[in-house]
Design a protein around this ligand. Sequence first.
Ligand SMILES: Nc1ncnc2c1ncn2[C@@H]1O[C@H](COP(=O)(O)OP(=O)(O)OP(=O)(O)O)[C@@H](O)[C@H]1O
Ligand SMILES: [Mg+2]
Length: 234
Amino acid sequence: MKSKGEATISVEHVKKVYATKKLEYVALSDVSLSIKKGEFVSVLGPSGSGKTTLMNLIGTLDRPTRGKIFLDGVDTSSLDDNQLAQIRNQKIGFIFQSYNLVPYLNVLQNVTLPLMVEAKDTPENLERAKSLLIEIGMENTFEKKPNELSGGQQQRVAIARALVNQPPIILGDEPTGNLDTKTAEAVLKLLTRVSRENNTTVLIVTHNPELTEITERSIYMKDGLIERETKHKR
Ligand SMILES: Nc1ncnc2c1ncn2[C@@H]1O[C@H](COP(=O)(O)OP(=O)(O)OP(=O)(O)O)[C@@H](O)[C@H]1O
Ligand SMILES: [Mg+2]
């Protein structure tokens, strides 16, 4: 399929209505945005403004009520659930709030699991998994099981796991939410590095205005709409 310019992520007039038995709730009313390959973008906005909803839609975990989302020029609305699952595996690294670590696997096994699944567990890739963990301060935890880790440590395992296959797109929903300032900085440095070195497109939701300075562009959401955007010097 033809690529739409340089945009890795293209959201066109997306509306999302959550329907419950009693009422309908418009979480996104009309959102359009375009993110270029290799861009590092942050999403901000008050609680309930639709940030997670937008991330879920871009990550193809849910479908819009109206409008379209293109990933690398592919219209995701034209794909069935199996094709979407394939896109997710190949293209997207998720750092979401439920970390979904496998309880009976240790830290290193959790991080290398995506490599095993894709049969990419080469010595070089396994080494990269270790250095990712070391880069975010997890060097002494390789043998630990998830239930022996703090929330912030589990979050870091999920971050390393999202990056290990070097996906072209990283989506993070408050990826530093449970981390102290120093560890959060290490994670953001890591995300900055992958966006520069691998041309990875990174989109993160954060409540911390200071952290957004590191990103190239911030998108502010309010009441299911994009209120404004700002660009940052890096
Ligand atoms: N599955 C759902 N069913 C019904 N309403 C939902 C559902 N998920 C989210 N909503 C509603 O949609 C709105 C947007 O929710 P969303 O989770 O996208 O907000 P958010 O910006 O991520 O907030 P936060 O900063 O608190 O994480 C909220 O009012 C929420 O109550
Ligand atoms: Mg949210």
